[in-house]
Design a protein around this ligand. Structure first.
Ligand code: UFG
Length: 334
């Protein structure tokens, strides 16, 4: 079962799961995605995933899905609200949605004999790390936003549930910054209003939908003064979920709850990304430097060694190829 399976990371993960031989049922309320994503997944893989339009807050609806698909053995839980700024405006909505959905799933899993869950966590749990690259052992810092707090609390809910003796196994994947689109350009990130994230803003500016990209700050303590992130190709990220699911099914876990950073290990500044985009696409980007954005972390990138060694997973798609995929996707939209 893939909750949020018509969303950005979810849809790419459904493709990789199907291509690895898994049968998938998508559960999504379509609050931030479209039903035709299911058609596009079918176009890519030749297999139509089952789709149930159900909100994970609807425990009875979710229970009915588990009853309808008694062979569900694992859950990958993407369904959540994810806009940092919106979470500051609507904290209760974020807490209700992101915490309630997970609690409903966890309650239903043992009842339906579902042994494993993979949870979409975020490097946001580290705040600004004291040591870079950041490892999974780094301390969890106070969250900058209600959204970030839901990721921290969700991790704790899973840990506490397992500690209580619940018969489930879990893998928490802490994503860095997912970007790009499927090479077929049949699925990708669907913009919802003015993009808040860098890459959709870059591609929309290149397409002429936005006039100019604002680069938020060039006075950070980084080589070129702009912020540094670890941009990971969404398809590489999707593949990490397949490997993690297999690890649960094959009982390879060292502990009932395991945590992995999912990043490339390379820090890239905003200005470096802009240059890489121009090189990859040949499109000149209209941008200007403006003031810092409130709440931004200065620099963060992953130490992905644990995922490399333990999962045998590597993110190796070159940045320019990833940005070319994002541009190809943008060109199908505009
Ligand atoms: N940026 C710009 N201009 C823009 C948009 C972004 O300069 O128009 C810069 C930001 O200042 C930042 C970098 O680009 O330095 C990346 O910004 P994003 O908004 O793309 O990503 P963030 O790292 O801020 O946030 C992402 C996810 C969050 C998640 C966080 C940490 O969007 O959901 O990573 O995991 F919480």
């Amino acid at each position: 079962m893939v909750t949020g399976g018509t969303g950005y990371i979810g849809s790419h993960t459904v493709v990789e799961l199907q291509q690895s031989g898994y049968e998938v049922v998508i559960v999504d309320n379509l609050s931030n995605s479209r039903a035709d994503v299911v058609d596009h997944i079918e176009q890519i893989t030749g297999i139509r995933p089952a789709f149930e339009k159900v909100d994970c807050l609807d425990s009875e609806g979710l229970d009915a899905v588990f009853r309808k698909y008694p062979n569900v053995k694992g859950v990958i839980h993407f369904a959540a609200s994810k806009a940092v700024g919106e979470s500051v405006q609507k904290p209760l909505m974020y807490y209700r949605n992101n915490l309630g959905s997970l609690i409903n799933l966890l309650e239903l899993m043992p009842k339906h004999g579902v042994e494993g869950i993979i949870f979409s966590s975020s490097c946001t749990v580290y705040g600004q790390p004291d040591v870079l690259p950041v490892t999974e052992a780094a301390p969890i810092k106070k969250a900058e936003s209600p959204y970030g707090n839901t990721k921290q609390v969700n991790e704790e809910i899973i840990q506490d549930f397992v500690a209580s003796g619940a018969p489930i196994n879990a893998i928490l994947l802490r994503y860095f910054n997912p970007i790009g689109a499927h090479p077929t350009a049949l699925i990708g990130e669907l913009p919802n209003g003015v993009p808040q994230n860098l890459v959709p803003y870059v591609t929309q500016t290149a397409a002429g939908i936005r006039q100019q990209l604002s680069v938020f700050g060039n006075d950070y303590d980084t080589p070129d003064g702009s912020c540094i992130r670890d941009y990971i190709y969404v398809v590489d990220l999707a593949k990490a979920h397949v490997i993690a699911m297999e690890r649960i099914f094959q009982h390879k876990q060292e502990k009932q709850v395991e945590v992995f950073n999912v990043g490339t290990g390379h820090g890239v500044s905003v200005l470096e990304l802009v240059n890489a985009f121009e090189r990859a696409t040949g499109v000149k980007l209209n941008y200007r430097i403006v003031g810092r954005r409130a709440g931004d972390i200065e620099k963060i990138w992953a130490n992905p060694e644990r995922a490399n060694k333990v999962l045998g997973w590597h993110a190796d798609t070159p940045l320019e190829d990833i940005l070319a995929s994002a541009w190809k996707w943008q060109c199908t939209l505009s």
